[in-house]
Design a protein. Structure first.
Lengths: 384, 245
């Protein structure tokens, strides 16, 4: 990460926000309702985002990335998500799950092999932990990997995987030990085109409809031994560490949604006249706006704290869980109230808030539900 | 190809403008500043020409320290280095003298500007710089290609298009569709901080104009809707109220 004086860093962050916003207004906003309606995953937009440097935000320049810290990364996710949170989710999954897993746990040789393609958006990444029967309880997974000579043989299925069909490469956590045993999982990289690796059913979703969510199926899928990340048995521990950082991404995604919905509602409340005056004049509406603004600020501060700790290389498990838990609930509440402020116009697709409302709910579920965040937080505070 | 691009630091085009000091000064409080929209087109085309033919692009602004973020954006977009002439740009003549002074020493092949600034919209600086340097100036330029030292240009004119050619060096006032605005990428944003930004003091302080006062346009009045069948009332309103017929 680059070390900069604070004011310089703030200026860079403002420039990142401006660039991403300009890009989004031009290349995303005009098409996003179409993508949403038809559940189109716009692969080519990620190539353009790669050219802009958004697909390797945390990847050092030597591997073709932008070499930023979490604060800069958060600014970019917020700016994208304020326009289209589906694109924000895909950007987050690519950067902080798949790409970051390789960045954190791969050998030098593996990094050189995969990171440049991911960081430039030439390849898009998927990250597979969740299974049909093991979501929150990911330690109990059924997908297995068995060593056979120089190859690992993968069998099983992952579901709800972002870019499960379109991902050019996937980091997959599979069981290499006995069920329920600790240290029973390992992480592997599987490239698209490998025999026995296929995309399955694409989910039809409430929101985040332009972000592809699909099954990944492994049927006697053989991958070279050197595609393992780290050591046998490290997989689950690696996945949890990746989720600690990933939660900052979902906080940022939530913030973008909340800010987008709030700003739309604020403007509408000043313009919409009822009973001969702007509806913002009614305390029932202005107090909603006050709550929204306050909660967004609090969510922002929690997210900033988690990013600062992460950038300083400190432990961030509890703080990122707090940020993710709070921000995601704020995204849901704020977008709900935004629809309310828009009244009937909030319920129709000509205005932006119904989409924020639908998209927001993913944030309290993906990368650990709110309940699981509370498990993480309570364990940390009860331990200490 | 050695190109100078002159950029202004102007309020974002969606800004709400107010004045202070007895309406003799722009109130800069709360305003967000950007590269002048026409200058942004000039810069984008300059960067494309550099990519195509090689050479350098220098961004120049006459302004005080507050303009540096705007200058760095020009560097992020693709200028190689930048010059800030450290002075409040008080009028077009003053600005033109500063630019001409730099240009005399540097022998640029092309000096590209916006057709006009988007704050005071004078449309004068390029013409003045051309005169001061004794080289041609053209504005507005909507298309520009360089072919063996000759600039081939086009612009839209009443009822048609005009094609022009001129040999370098030249001063140009540019506007769309000469290029598409460039969005700085992440690498550009970081790289901008490593590129040289030279600050120089102005050579002299001659100005030819001083503003007396500024006035905002009258606020928009309410719209009157008249039934499509009621032409009599329309005519009467146009005659008696709007007094246009
Ligand atoms: C759009 C989308 C994209 C996704 N992308 C990915 C991806 O890229 N990669 C990936 O691996 N996964 C991905 N997921 C999966 C996601 O992480 C899981 O859905 C999530 O972890 C929850 O698991 P589950 O759906 O099986 O719910 P379950 O674990 O079955 O939970 C059901 C309910 O029980 C509650 N619950 C469970 N355990 C406890 C407990 N101990 N205490 C209290 N309450 C509990 C939960 O909070 C929830 O309310 C994605 C999901 C979605 C919807
Ligand atoms: C803070 C501030 C205070 C000002 N105070 C006064 C004042 O007191 N009196 C007054 O008359 N005007 C004042 N101005 C106006 C300012 O001087 C004009 O914008 C400037 O002189 C250019 O004049 P113009 O509008 O004719 O530019 P134009 O001729 O319309 O500009 C054409 C092109 O010239 C280039 N250019 C113009 N200005 C600059 C610049 N500063 N640096 C680099 N390139 C440039 C750009 O490429 C621009 O697109 C002020 C402007 C600012 C921002």
């Amino acid at each position: 990460m680059h070390t900069e004086t604070l004011s310089n860093r703030e200026e860079i962050i403002a420039e990142i926000t401006q660039s991403v916003t300009d890009f989004g207004e031009k290349h995303i906003r005009p098409y996003m309702m179409d993508w949403d309606e038809t559940q189109t995953f716009p692969r080519e937009i990620f190539t353009q985002m790669g050219e802009l440097g958004l697909m390797g935000m945390l990847v050092p320049e030597q591997y073709g990335g932008s070499g930023f810290g979490y604060k800069e990364y958060v600014a970019a996710i917020v700016a994208v998500s304020k326009i289209d949170s589906s694109i924000g989710l895909s950007m987050a999954a690519h950067n902080s799950l798949c790409t970051n897993h390789i960045l954190q746990f791969a050998s030098e040789e593996q990094k050189k092999r995969w990171l440049p393609k991911l960081a430039t958006g030439e390849w898009i990444g998927a990250w597979g932990l969740t299974e049909p029967n093991t979501g929150s309880d990911a330690g109990n997974m059924r997908t297995t990997a068995v060593l056979d000579g120089d190859e690992w043989v993968l069998n099983g299925a992952k579901n709800f995987i972002t870019h499960g069909i379109s991902g050019n490469i996937a980091v997959v956590v599979a069981r290499t030990g006995e069920p329920n045993e600790s240290g029973n999982a390992s992480a592997f990289v599987v490239e698209r085109g490998t025999m026995g690796f296929t995309g399955g059913k694409k989910e039809n979703k409430l929101g985040m409809r332009a972000s592809e969510t699909a099954e990944m199926i492994f049927d006697n899928c053989r991958i070279p031994k050197e595609n393992m990340l780290g050591n046998v048995g490290d997989g689950f521990r690696q996945a949890l560490a990746i989720l600690d950082g990933g939660r900052i991404s979902i906080s940022a995604l939530s913030l973008g949604i909340a800010e987008g919905a709030y700003e739309a509602a604020l403007q509408y409340a000043k313009e919409r006249q009822q009973f001969g005056q702007p509806i913002a004049n009614f305390q029932g509406i202005s107090f909603k706006l006050a709550d929204m603004a306050t909660e967004i600020d609090a969510a922002k501060l929690l997210t900033e704290r988690a990013s600062d700790l992460k950038d300083a290389g400190k432990k961030v498990g509890k703080e990122s869980a707090m940020a993710k838990y709070y921000s995601s609930e704020v995204a849901v509440r704020v977008s709900n109230e935004a629809v309310q402020i828009f009244g009937g116009y909030g319920y129709v697709k000509d205005f932006p808030v119904e989409k924020f409302y639908r998209d927001s709910k993913l944030c309290t579920i993906g990368e650990g539900t709110s309940e699981i965040q509370k498990v993480v937080i309570s364990r940390a505070i009860l331990k200490g | 190809m050695k190109i100078l691009v002159c950029i202004t630091h102007v309020p974002d085009t969606t800004s709400k403008i107010t004045f202070t000091n007895d309406n003799t000064e722009l109130d800069k409080g709360g305003l967000q500043f950007v590269i002048g929209p026409y200058d942004d087109y000039a810069l984008a085309r300059a960067v494309e020409i550099k990519e195509q033919l090689g050479g350098t692009v220098t961004a120049l602004n006459v302004g005080q320290q507050e303009t540096e973020p705007t200058i760095r954006k020009a560097l992020a977009i693709g200028a190689d280095d930048a010059i800030r002439i450290d002075a409040e740009p008080t009028d077009a003549y003053f600005v033109a003298q500063q630019i001409a002074e730099v240009a005399k020493a540097e022998n640029y092949d092309l000096i590209m500007m916006g057709r006009e600034s988007s704050d005071y919209n004078g449309g004068q600086v390029h013409g003045m710089v051309g005169e001061m340097l004794g080289i041609p100036s053209l504005s507005p330029v909507m298309k520009l290609d360089i072919d063996k030292g000759v600039a081939k240009m086009a612009r839209e004119i009443e009822g048609g298009k005009e094609y022009l050619e001129a040999s370098l060096p030249l001063v140009l006032g540019c506007q769309e569709p000469i290029a598409e605005w460039k969005i700085p990428n992440m690498r550009g944003i970081m790289g901008a901080r490593k590129k040289p930004l030279k600050v120089i003091t102005p050579t002299n302080n001659d100005t030819l104009t001083t503003p007396e006062s500024y006035e905002l346009p009258a606020p928009r009045t309410d719209v009157k809707l008249i039934d499509a069948d009621n032409t009599a009332e329309l005519v009467s309103l146009l005659k008696n109220e709007a007094k246009v017929i």
